[in-house]
Structures are given as C-alpha cells and as structure tokens.
Design a protein. Structure first.
Length: 359
C-alpha cells in the first residue's frame, strides 16, 4: 500500500536554523526521490562575527527565537497546516549540544502535541544525501566526499544507511583549514568563503605549501600542518616587506597566499577522492557539505572525473550549508527504504559526537 507522507525537518546543529517540508511516498519505488515543497533558513553569521567564531550559548538562544517563525513561514509557503504533517524530523547530532537540544525539544514537543511520530537524523547523513534534491540526483552505489565545516570524510555508500568509512580527517578538517587560514590573514569570520574569493585573484603556485598526507598510502586527511605553514609563510612575507601586519601587505601578495592555500587543500581533496574511486572500483562521486560549494574544488573535481569517466554530483548551491531540507530528505529516504521507522516516543537525547558509519 502506497502512503504519502509530509515530513517536517528541523536543523539546529550549529549556527544556522533550518526548517523544511518534504513529501515522499512509502511503499512504492524506494528510489523515488522525495519532493522538496518549501524550506527556510536563518544564518547567525552576523551575530557571531563580533566574536570571531560561534558562541554556543548565543547560538542556542537564537535557535529558540527562530525555529517557530521559520516553521510558520515554511507551512505558509507550502500552503500546509500543522495538522497536515505526518512526521517531524530533527537533527540529533553531531553538533553543539545546546543547539541540538533546541531542535530536538521543539520537534518532540510538536510531535507530541500533534500526536505524530518523530525521527532523529544524523547531520552528516543529511549532507551526504542532499545531492538527491539536485537537478542531477545520483544513484547508489557511490563514493561520497563529505566536506563540511568540522568534518572531512570519504565514504563508500551502497544505499541509505549502508555506509563504510574509507578515510577521515585526523585533526583539522578542510573547512577548518579554510577558516583558520583566513583568520591568520586577518579576514572576518567565517573566513573560508572570503579566502576563496581572494584566491580567484591570486596565483595558486606563488607559494609552495605542503599537501599533508598526500602520499600516506591511506585515505585519511590532515590539515593542521598546512595551517601552520600558512602562518609561517605569512610571517615571512610581513618581515620581508617590513609591514606592520599581513593586512598591510599589497593585495596581490595576500591573494597569492590565499590562492596557494586553497590549491593545497583542493589538491589533497581531489587526489584522495580519485584514489577512493580507484580502490572501490566505483564510477560515481557525490560531494556534499559547505566546502562542496567551493568553485575551485568543483572545477578540479570536474576535470579529474571527466578524465576518468566518473560521474560527479553536487547539491544545489543553496543546499550546501546546513539546512532543514537535507534533514527532512534524510528522514524521508530512511522511511522509504525501510531502514528506520519514526517513533511516537517523545523522550529524546542528542549526540554531539556521532560517527556516521556507526549509524
């Protein structure tokens, strides 16, 4: 028996509050992609800029302020009522504990009030499956490169919930390497996107920066050493110019270091991804997470995949950052595949640390 389900997804793992409505069919083709009806997102970037990074307590309080108005906005955009919702999904982890508790608490309270089941979703699974909402959705199996702010992982994905970890960051993730390098250059939080824009004006071969673990023989990542190399190089440039700070250097030099930094990060991500595809024998790559929006990364992956006859898939740009659509989608795909059922038990917990391969 085919059953249509309307799923409300709530994302509150860090500094973005996301709410979305997705419709799916359970009991029909499990590979049918759910439909995104509406979504809304509020970013706290401006609030945290004054502190140079995310302040967990402030993030939690802002989620409380935003989640109900965003839910009302999404329901209005989809021309739906609260009573139409069949399942309430929320991010259970990983993320900031206080921020996660806001989304989980609202979702479970809403489920209890409506008498509808709830489903806790893994944040990284949301990212991993988000390309299924794109104009060119992938098909299983594939290799996934997850590059969000705090995570860099390569996974073999054979289906919903069928994940094998191939490699991961052992210290700083790629997103952290972008943001921390940008901070060393005096760029405002979050500096990663600003560094990427500066890199477009620079020479990626201007400075010889290390490519950590590029020849390690495994698929793990390490970017802490690159961050140190960027610091040392910036100090050399300041000393050579007799400048008071890196920000006082000519813009061409700043852009050259930004481009060299980006090139080092992207080279490692591309080479490791190609190695993962070769070792698994798979011919499809999915890229997800905030860093997946980086134009240079997409360009280099497209070029490398074209040479090897590999299909590569990305989420739509507006769905690369944390959002409710990916949470509602992940819940829908789990229900469609039968790998998990929603629950009418409204006691909840959150998992700030939660490896995806143990899901």
């Amino acid at each position: 028996m085919v059953q249509k389900l309307l799923i409300l997804g709530i994302e509150s793992s860090c500094d973005e509050t996301g709410v979305a409505l997705v419709e799916c069919e359970v009991g029909s083709d499990p590979e049918q992609v759910p439909e995104l009806l509406a979504h809304a997102l509020y970013s706290q970037i401006v609030m945290h800029q004054a502190f140079g990074g995310v302040v967990p307590e402030l993030a939690s309080r802002d989620h409380i302020r935003r989640v109900i108005p965003l839910t009302q906005e999404v329901l209005a955009a989809a021309d739906c009522r609260l009573s139409d919702i069949d399942v309430v999904a929320y991010t259970r982890g990983p993320g900031l504990a206080g921020a996660l508790l806001v989304g989980a608490g609202v979702a479970c309270a809403l489920g209890a009030a409506l008498g509808k089941p709830v489903l806790g979703v893994h944040h990284l699974e949301g990212h991993l499956l988000s390309p299924f909402l794109s104009a060119d959705p992938p098909r299983f199996p594939f290799v996934a490169l997850l590059v969000s702010g705090g995570h860099t992982q390569l996974m073999r994905v054979d289906g919903v919930g069928r994940y094998v970890l191939l490699g991961e960051s052992i210290d700083d993730a790629a997103g952290e390497a972008f943001d921390k390098s940008a901070k060393l250059m005096g760029l405002a939080y979050p500096g990663g996107p600003l560094l990427a824009r500066m890199a477009e004006e620079g020479n990626p071969k201007a400075y010889a920066l290390p490519r950590p673990l590029l020849h390690s023989g495994n698929l793990d990542f390490s970017f802490a050493g690159l961050k140190t190399a960027v610091l040392v190089q910036s100090q050399k440039m300041v000393a050579a110019a007799g400048a008071p700070s890196f920000e006082a250097l000519p813009r061409v030099q700043q852009c050259d270091l930004a481009a060299s930094t980006q090139a080092a990060i992207v080279d490692v991500l591309v080479r490791k991804s190609m190695t993962a595809l070769k070792e698994t024998g798979l011919t499809r790559l999915v890229v997800a997470g905030g860093v997946g929006a980086n134009r240079h990364l997409r360009s280099q992956l497209n070029e490398a995949c074209t040479k090897r006859d590999i299909r590569v898939h990305y989420p739509e740009l507006h769905l690369c950052t944390d959002n409710g659509a990916m949470i509602a989608l992940a819940a829908a795909m789990r229900l469609q595949s039968g790998s998990q059922q929603a629950s009418a038990h409204y006691a909840f917990d959150v998992k700030p640390r939660w490896p995806l391969d143990t899901r």
